[in-house]
Design a protein around this ligand. Structure first.
Ligand code: SAH
Length: 506
C-alpha cells in the first residue's frame, strides 16, 4: 500500500494553510466543513479569503512565511504558487514531524488530500497516491452518482441506535442481517422521502421483532428513450438495487447494461403468443410473486412509466395486493425526441401549447394530455373536459401535437388532422429511434408525411411531431440523420428576436 488511509478528527484543531489564492480557498472551505481551526498565512490574500477573515471564519496572517506558524498546527497545507516556498514549508513540517500536503505536488507531500464523497457521517475517500488525481476525481463522480443522499441520514440514525441494535441483536449474524435490512428496507425509503420520524419508528418496530423478514417492493422506473445518459440518477440506483428486473421491449440494451450484474432480467415486453392482456396479466403476477419473496423488483419501462405505459394500472394492481412501491420518472419520448431533433416543442413565436397523444386509436378519439396555458389564443377554462380542449386546440394556431404509437396508423392520422382543419402544408417531423445512435428524423408536411415515411421505411419506435415548431428542426438539428429537408420551405420562421449584441458589461 502506497499510502495509509486515515480519517482525521480536525474539530477544534489548528490547521495551517500557507497561501491565500483560489486554490488555497478551496482547501480552506473543506477544512472548515470538517470543523478545523484554520490559520492562513500569506503575503497577500484573495478577496474571498479576506472575506472569510472578516467574517471570523479563519485567522489571516498577512506576512512572509514564518516557520513558527507551524508550532500550533496539527496539519499543514502548502498552497502557494512558489515551488521553492512550498519546499521550505514541507521541510519545516518534516522537521517538526507534521504531515504536510503540498497542493498538486505529490513529491513534496507527506500526506494526500483524497477525492471525497460526502454522505456525512459516511465519508468515502479516493486516492491515486498523487499519481493521477484526475482518475481519482472521475471515480469520485461515479461513486457520487451511485450513493444516494439518504445514506448520510441512515448512517446518523444507525449511530444513534447503535446501542439499542447491539442489545436487541447480541449475535453478530443477526446484527449483520439487521444492518442489511436497514440498507435495503423501508427505513431508507422513509429517509429518502425526508420522513425521519417514520424511519425511526420503522427501525424501532423491526428491532422489537425477532428476525428480519426481507420486505419486497416494486420500483416502477422510467428508463428514458434509449440514450443511457438520459437515465436519472435515482433510476441508476434502482437498477443497482434490483434483484429482479422486468424489462420492456423499448428499454435499450445500453440501459440494461447498467444494472447490477447478478440481477435476474426478465424481458416481459415481447408478446408471449397470447393477446396483449395476457402479457399484462403475466407482468402483474410476476411483480407480486417476486415482491412477496422479499425481492426488490424493478419494473423498467421505456421513457416515463406513467406516460402511455400502463404504469398507472400496474400501481393500482400493486396497491390492491398490498405491495410497497416507489415511482422513478423517466424522460418521455416527446421530450427526448424534441431535444435530439432540435425541435423546441414550445416556442414563444410558434407554439404556446402542447398535446401529447396516442394515435393508438382513431385520431378523432385520440387520448391526449394537453399542456396548455390559458392565453388569448387558447381560452381554455380550467374545468373544460378533454373533448372541449381537443376542439379548441385542433382548430387554433400556435399548438404542437405529438403522437406516440402512430406509425402503423399514419395515413389515417394525417387525414384526420386535415379533416380537423389543419392545412396540408403544416410542417411535421417523425423522429425514429430518438436519442439512439441510429436516430433518423424525417421532415415533411401533413400532406406528404405518410408517403415519405413509407418511402424511407420509417419503423417503430417513432414519434410524430405536428406543428410550426417542427420546421425549426431543419435549422437546429444536431444529432443523427436528417431526411426530407428539401421538401420543406426552409425560409427561417419570422424572427422577432432582437439581434443586437447584448453587452454583459452594461
Ligand atoms: N412510456 C413511453 C411511451 C410508451 S408508448 C414514454 O414515456 O416515452 C411507445 C411509443 O413511444 C412508441 O410507439 C413511440 O411512439 C414512442 N417512443 C418511445 N421511445 C421512443 C424513441 N426512442 N424514439 C421515438 N419514439 C419513441
Amino acid at each position: 500500500m502506497q499510502h495509509f488511509p486515515l480519517f482525521a478528527d480536525l474539530h477544534g484543531r489548528t490547521v495551517l494553510v500557507v497561501g491565500a489564492g483560489v486554490v488555497a480557498d478551496r482547501k480552506i472551505s473543506l477544512l472548515l466543513s470538517a470543523g478545523a481551526q484554520v490559520v492562513v498565512g500569506a503575503h497577500a490574500a484573495h478577496p474571498q479569503v479576506q472575506a472569510r477573515a472578516l467574517a471570523g471564519q479563519i485567522e489571516l496572517r498577512l506576512a512572509p512565511f514564518d516557520p513558527a506558524w507551524l508550532d500550533e498546527a496539527w496539519l499543514v497545507i502548502a498552497a502557494t504558487n512558489d515551488r521553492a516556498l512550498n519546499q521550505r514549508i514541507a521541510q519545516a513540517a518534516q522537521a517538526r514531524r507534521l504531515f504536510c500536503n503540498v497542493v498538486d505536488d505529490a513529491a513534496l507531500s507527506s500526506a494526500q488530500v483524497p477525492a471525497i464523497v460526502d454522505r456525512a457521517p459516511l465519508t468515502i475517500a479516493i486516492s491515486s497516491g498523487g499519481s493521477a488525481p484526475v482518475i481519482a476525481r472521475r471515480l469520485r463522480e461515479r461513486i457520487e452518482t451511485l450513493l444516494e443522499p439518504a445514506l448520510g441520514p441512515l448512517a446518523s440514525l444507525a449511530r444513534h441506535k447503535r446501542q439499542a441494535i447491539r442489545q436487541a441483536r447480541p449475535q453478530l449474524r443477526a446484527r449483520r442481517a439487521f444492518y442489511d435490512w436497514l440498507m435495503d428496507g423501508p427505513v431508507l425509503g422513509a429517509l429518502r422521502r425526508g420522513q425521519h420520524q417514520e424511519a425511526e419508528a420503522a427501525l424501532d418496530q423491526a428491532l422489537a421483532q425477532d428476525t428480519q423478514a426481507p420486505v419486497g417492493k416494486v420500483l416502477l422506473v422510467g428508463a428514458g428513450p434509449g440514450d443511457p445518459g438520459l437515465l436519472t440518477l435515482r433510476g441508476l440506483r434502482a437498477l443497482n438495487e434490483a434483484d429482479v428486473i422486468l424489462s420492456d421491449r423499448l428499454v435499450s440494451p445500453e440501459v440494461l447494461a447498467l444494472a447490477r450484474r447478478d440481477a435476474q432480467v426478465l424481458d416481459v415486453g415481447k408478446a408471449i403468443g397470447g393477446p396483449h392482456e395476457d402479457t399484462q396479466a403475466r407482468i402483474h403476477a410476476l411483480m407480486v410473486h417476486h415482491a412477496r419473496q422479499g425481492r426488490c423488483v424493478v419494473r423498467l419501462k421505456g421513457g416515463d412509466p406513467l406516460v402511455f405505459g400502463r404504469g398507472g394500472e400496474e400501481l393500482q394492481y400493486l396497491q390492491r395486493h398490498g405491495i410497497a412501491y416507489e415511482v422513478v420518472p423517466g424522460i418521455t419520448a416527446a421530450l427526448a425526441c424534441g431535444a435530439y431533433a432540435g425541435i423546441p416543442l414550445t416556442h414563444r413565436d410558434h407554439a404556446q401549447s402542447l398535446t401529447l397523444a396516442t394515435a393508438h386509436r382513431r385520431a378523432s378519439t385520440t387520448k391526449s394530455i394537453v399542456l396548455s396555458p390559458v392565453t388569448r389564443n387558447h381560452p381554455v377554462a380550467p374545468d373544460s373536459s378533454l373533448d372541449t380542449i381537443e376542439e379548441v386546440t385542433t382548430t387554433g394556431d400556435g399548438h404542437t401535437r405529438v403522437y406516440y404509437m402512430g406509425i402503423g396508423r399514419l395515413p389515417s392520422l394525417c387525414q384526420q388532422l386535415l379533416n380537423d382543419g389543419l392545412t396540408a402544408t403544416t410542417p411535421c417531423a417523425i423522429v425514429e429511434n430518438g436519442s439512439r445512435s441510429n436516430q433518423r428524423v424525417l421532415h415533411a408536411t401533413l400532406q406528404t408525411l405518410a408517403t415519405q415515411a413509407q418511402a424511407q421505411a420509417i419503423a417503430s419506435p417513432a414519434l410524430i411531431i405536428v406543428g410550426e415548431v417542427s420546421r425549426l428542426g431543419a435549422q437546429l438539428h444536431w444529432f443523427g440523420q436528417t431526411l426530407g429537408l428539401k421538401t420543406l420551405d426552409l425560409q427561417p420562421p419570422q424572427q422577432q428576436l432582437d439581434n443586437q449584441p447584448y453587452s454583459l458589461q452594461a
